[in-house]
Design a protein around this ligand. Structure first.
Ligand code: HEC
Length: 188
């Protein structure tokens, strides 16, 4: 009976929630996406001045720190994930994220611009409605320094990667491919 009641309540709430997806998506993007150009800019500057190995702290430290700041500011769960993670401890996707990232790969292969690939959806997690958002992180020029084909990477960078990420899967990318996603979970 209790289950029936909660299903009825959920169904009653659905049309309203569906209308909210658009608003939730734009609100979430507005709050979270400004992190991205900051990271790319810091990456470009750091690679240019310190070389790829010297710039590791940007992707390893600065990006997670800026994301953490946003997490504290908003109270939402915000992470970077990838189907081919370098640091699986932090970057392994859950089932929903795997589905969206796989879908992004298909859409990119069909000619959609990787920069525009995103998905917002209201899902039920442990019986509670949660807004989920994920945006594709496309490989731009600077990413290739550390995520490009192994044969093209600087020797000192390769040495650092072997030492710190023995399970690294995040090489072999080409420009325009999707490196991963920036993902947000927002309890409603
Ligand atoms: C200077 C080297 C370097 C550059 C340049 C770089 N990355 Fe990374 N990237 C790393 C390292 C190291 C990690 C692992 C970070 C950690 O330990 O959490 C990482 C992790 C990531 C992750 C988290 C998921 C995972 O695989 O662990 C994403 C997403 C990512 N990078 C995307 C990018 C994108 C997009 C670019 C280009 C805009 C880029 N990176 C440029 C070194 C780099």
């Amino acid at each position: 009976m209790k289950t029936l009641l909660s299903i009825t309540l959920l169904l009653a709430a659905l049309p309203a929630l569906a209308q909210d997806v658009g608003a939730l998506t734009s609100e979430t993007k507005k709050a979270v996406l400004p992190v991205l150009p900051k990271v790319v800019k810091a990456m470009q500057e750091s690679v240019a001045s310190k070389g790829a190995a010297g710039a590791i702290p940007v992707c390893k430290g600065l990006a997670p720190a800026l994301i953490k700041e946003k997490r504290q500011e908003t109270g939402w769960d915000i992470r970077r994930v990838s189907l081919k993670a370098r640091n699986a401890e932090r970057g392994a996707p859950d089932d929903w994220e795997v589905r969206q990232l796989a879908d992004f790969n298909i859409r990119a292969a069909q000619g959609e611009t990787p920069e525009t690939l995103e998905k917002g959806e209201i899902v039920s997690l442990e019986g509670k409605p949660v807004f989920r958002y994920i945006k594709a992180l496309p490989v731009v020029e600077v990413c290739l320094k550390c995520h490009g084909p192994l044969a093209t990477l600087d020797a000192d960078l390769k040495a650092e990667l072997t030492k710190n990420y023995p399970q690294d899967q995040a090489t072999g990318y080409a420009r325009g491919q999707i490196r991963g996603g920036l993902t947000v979970k927002r309890p409603l």
